[in-house]
Design a protein around this ligand. Sequence first.
Ligand code: IMP
Ligand code: MG
Length: 171
Amino acid sequence: MRVLIPQDQLQARVDELAGEIARDYEGTRPVLICVLKGAIFFMADLARRLCFDLELEFMAVSSYGASTESSGVVRILKDLDTDIDGRHILIVEDIIDSGLTLQYLSRSLMSRNPASLEIVTLLSKPGRRIAELPCKYTGFEIENEFVVGYGLDYSEKHRNLPYIGVIDDLD
Ligand code: IMP
Ligand code: MG
């Protein structure tokens, strides 16, 4: 395992993102929507740095088809517990790869008439993007490597690493 982003850099960047989000959302009582499972640590670290009223929601989605490539056809496995009509929504994601999953999710959420909808992602692989996806806050742009840790998995392993790592030989 090679360390790509060490723990202290992750935490420093989450601090910065929280600062930007606080400036933009304080007083609006936003709904932060964590996309399970990969975004759990990012959501927890981000949300505890936001010292104003907000709500936390969780969604689980799964792509049909091959497990390493997103198909763009997404099934909602766990939906929101709340009505988001008129609310300010911030989707909290671990990583945007093709963008297909979030494109589908954003469209589904937009059809519920939120007051606004934005995305914060910890990681982005711009070189892999297929879907046009406006993402307001990005933690780190990375190369086209498969990364794990800080919530991200390879076959459900390595989510509990406190840093972002690269497995050089995937098997
Ligand atoms: P997209 O629809 O191609 O943008 O897929 C995004 C989803 O694929 C993310 O939310 C992750 O669950 C998963 N994913 C994409 N790249 C990686 C990676 O490098 N490591 C772990 N999971 C990844
Ligand atoms: Mg994910």
